[in-house]
Design a binder for this molecule. Structure first.
Ligand SMILES: [Zn+2]
Length: 770
């Protein structure tokens, strides 16, 4: 059978060769825009940074890769009455770079809330169509909140003051001599600031005040002066914190003592060192149970106990002591109002505690769902990246929050006052928990630069979030039945269409700084997540994608990757050239739109077509000068005669018949299944993004055939391509991207016959049914 196919192919090839010769001989047709544009498949040498000894061309860390280390010893005290926080910290900074550093940069992120912050002055969009009441008050009525850092001192290891210069959210520490390559330096900073109400203007850190009981629940982060990153890519990453671009932080070890009112319940990044001191006997007993409870959480502090504590307002203090190794940041949550539950989950043979902390206002939703979402996240993410390396993952309930720190994160999702909640609230809450706990992997461990590249953590995390959501029902059928689809907000190709087809004035490439884009949600979360989902399902396939994605995570865990490290690793580990994909999805604002433009029907003929006659006449050739040829006559042309219809090719082409007689045995000839229908199908691509051309063909007998042509089908002609199909059955329908896998923004051109012609097609279908 193979041999026969080959014979047919060589006949068709000959026709192809003639057609090509003709194109060269005649005046070239007018070029369509992009007709000969090969740039979409050109390699990304101009866009990508040149590989070097720090970062290899494979996408892996190079032999000279280095990263800095910043260790912190901190004493923190919360003044609950005045909502202030005080701290004294000693930073030990290790210069592992090959460079000598003349000064050090420290980040003072809370200065974004200083009275003289430039952050509110950078917006030039005019009057909003509406304001939330709190936002209106904040913008027009209230005195500006004074929430910047008060730096009391910066001292060297001997207690001598160190000169320093504050430039908005950055502080340059002017060290007396350069910090030599390979050396370390210790210095101390004492500071305090007023804690903001985070429910105003959605601050990432602060408190929520509960007027009914007079308590606050604190979620505290980016609260201490933190070392900036110094790297081979940026030098000092000292871009100001304006509010949208998140954080860039080096890894280090933390020893942190946090002093809070004695009746507070607190959890934080790191191992709790003095559990015996801060836990009651009853809590200790329950905690030991929780460590052995793998199927459901154990309540450590009950709602009843939390409600009793709300009334306490203890004047006494308690200090919670933590140690955290190899983390890039630090956060904690504390309140009298917290209910606490925990369970164990096995990850790579080790026990991790999945933890939730929430005020009664979160119940019953939080008690029912939060820790489940933590467990699911640890399982799904670990499978696709690396085993979660820390000993716990905490989900804290905070109104309107969705924010992540190592081992701990803040999440929204609050039921109505009577405790009822809709599916929208429930799934929104599960999703945000998956997302924020998932950030432990990207960027807390795979430590990308959020200030520069929002998508590197948000996009990868949102993609992983989609996978965890879709697996949720496997572990928790009581939450989402196995036959139901989890209502993911992002990830499905169709969900990104409104954004990608929107007004280009408000769309930026994914490869943009988060401060400079109009729609950060779709830009840094939705589009990259969808692009990766499409890459996995439609372009690479799950096996190749999953291995490459895992390779990236493994190569860059506890390191600082760049976009190129990701792009290169995905190709390096899969042997799939994806430069075209990165270029179009990440570096442009192009969209996908592919359709079927037209179908021509042909029959085999022995008589030269009009086109062929002209070709021969132009060159003074006769048929005798050429090898025996087979022609395809188009039904709607003057080449067509009715006698050709319904016949097999050997009946209408003597040349073909003779060729087969000469080259095939009788046994072989009887095996031949000759195609009777020949089609030229033209596909068009009004969209800028080249994608695999996924086509479903329907035949007159009702059978369907799916063919996926690789994206390289567009490499020579970006506007349209034509495929020749030969079939024994009549073709009655064509659908491009039938399962909506590619985020095609306009599906009105995806079918033949087109929707307008559908009535005929429908009639035909009815006929064949009848
Ligand atoms: Zn996020």
């Amino acid at each position: 059978m193979n041999k026969i196919k080959y014979c047919f192919a060589s006949v068709l090839f000959l026709i192809g060769a003639v057609a090509m010769a003709q194109e060269e001989g005649d005046a070239k047709p007018e070029r369509q825009p992009g007709h000969y544009n090969q740039s979409k498949f050109k390699q990304m040498y101009e866009e990508f940074a040149t590989p070097n000894t720090y970062r290899s061309a494979s996408g892996a860390p190079g032999p000279d890769y280095y990263q800095q280390q910043a260790d912190y010893v901190m004493d923190i005290e919360l003044d609950d009455k005045n909502a202030r926080i005080y701290g004294e910290e000693t930073i030990t900074y290790h210069n592992n770079s090959p460079d000598d550093l003349e000064f050090l940069w420290v980040q003072l992120d809370q200065n974004v809330r200083a009275k003289d912050s430039k952050s509110p002055l950078r917006n030039g969009d005019g009057v909003n169509i509406a304001y939330t009441a709190d936002n209106f008050a904040e913008t027009f009525v209230n005195e500006p909140f004074d929430g910047g850092f008060n730096i009391e001192f910066v001292k060297d290891a001997n207690g001598k003051p160190l000169s320093h210069t504050i430039n908005q959210t950055m502080m340059r520490v002017n060290i007396p001599q350069p910090l030599k390559s390979g050396e370390k330096i210790s210095f101390s900073i004492k500071w305090w600031y007023n804690i903001p109400d985070h429910t105003v203007n959605r601050a990432r850190s602060g408190y929520e005040y509960f007027p009914k009981d007079g308590n606050r629940a604190y979620v505290i982060a980016q609260f201490f002066p933190r070392m900036a990153v110094y790297s081979d890519v940026e030098g000092w990453q000292n871009h100001q914190f304006w509010g949208s671009g998140e954080f860039a932080l080096p890894f280090g070890n933390y020893d942190v003592n946090i002093t809070v009112p004695a009746d507070h319940v607190l959890d934080a990044t790191g191992v709790l060192l003095n559990r015996d001191e801060v836990f009651s006997k009853e809590m200790m007993k329950r905690y030991k149970e929780a460590q052995k409870s793998y199927d459901k959480p154990v309540i450590i502090v009950t709602q009843e106990e939390a409600e009793a504590a709300e009334k306490g307002f203890s004047e006494k203090k308690k200090t919670w002591k933590f140690k955290a190794n190899n983390v890039r940041d630090y956060g904690f949550a504390t309140s009298r109002k917290f209910i606490w539950d925990m369970q164990a989950v096995k990850i790579g043979g080790k026990d991790v505690m999945a933890v939730s902390l929430y005020p009664k206002e979160g119940n019953p939703l939080w008690e029912e769902q939060s820790t489940k979402a933590v467990v699911q996240t640890l399982i799904t993410y670990s499978k696709h990246t690396f085993d979660y390396p820390y000993h716990k993952a905490i989900s804290v309930h905070a109104k309107n929050q969705g924010m992540e720190y190592p081992m701990i994160c803040w999440n929204y999702g609050r039921p109505n006052e009577d405790g009822t909640y809709s599916d929208r609230i429930k799934f929104g809450m599960i999703s945000v928990i998956i997302h924020e706990v998932g950030h432990n992997f990207f960027p807390m461990i795979v430590n990308s630069d959020e200030r520069q590249w929002g998508w590197m953590d948000e996009g990868l995390d949102t993609f992983m979030q989609y996978l965890a959501e879709q697996e949720f029902g496997k572990n928790y059928p009581e939450v989402i039945a196995p036959n139901e689809k989890y209502p993911s907000r992002r990830g499905e190709p169709a969900k990104i269409v409104p954004y990608m087809s929107g007004d280009q004035n408000f769309i930026s490439p994914i490869m943009s700084n988060p401060e400079n884009v109009h729609q950060l949600g779709p830009n840094a979360y939705g589009k990259p997540a969808t692009a990766l989902n499409i890459l996995r399902e439609t372009v690479m396939g799950q096996e190749l994608f999953d291995h490459a994605f895992k390779t990236y995570a493994q190569r860059w865990k506890f390191k600082h990757p760049t976009p190129e490290d990701f792009f290169r690793t995905m190709e390096d580990a899969s042997a799939v050239d994806l430069d075209w994909f990165w270029r179009s999805w990440f570096y442009t604002t192009d969209y996908v739109d592919i359709g079927v433009k037209g179908v021509k029907k042909y029959y085999v003929s022995n008589k030269p077509t009009k086109e062929m006659e002209k070709y021969m006449a132009d060159r003074n050739l006769t048929e005798a000068d050429l090898p025996p040829l087979v022609y395809l006559a188009e039904e709607d042309s003057e080449d067509f005669v009715p006698e050709l219809k319904g016949k097999s090719p050997t009946e209408t082409s003597q040349n073909l018949k003779e060729f087969m007689m000469d080259n095939m045995t009788e046994a072989e000839r009887t095996q031949v299944k000759e195609p009777k229908y020949f089609y030229e199908i033209t596909f068009e691509k009004p969209g800028g993004i080249p994608m695999p051309l996924i086509v479903e063909y329907t035949y007159a007998d009702g059978t369907k055939e799916s063919i996926t042509y690789p994206p390289q089908i567009w490499r020579k002609n970006d506007a349209e391509v034509s495929r020749v199909m030969a079939s024994q059955k009549e073709l009655v329908g064509i659908v491009v991207d039938p399962k909506l896998e590619t985020a095609d923004i306009d599906t009105t051109n995806n079918a033949w016959p087109s929707k307008d012609e559908k009535s005929d097609f429908e009639k035909f279908k009815e006929n064949i049914k009848g």
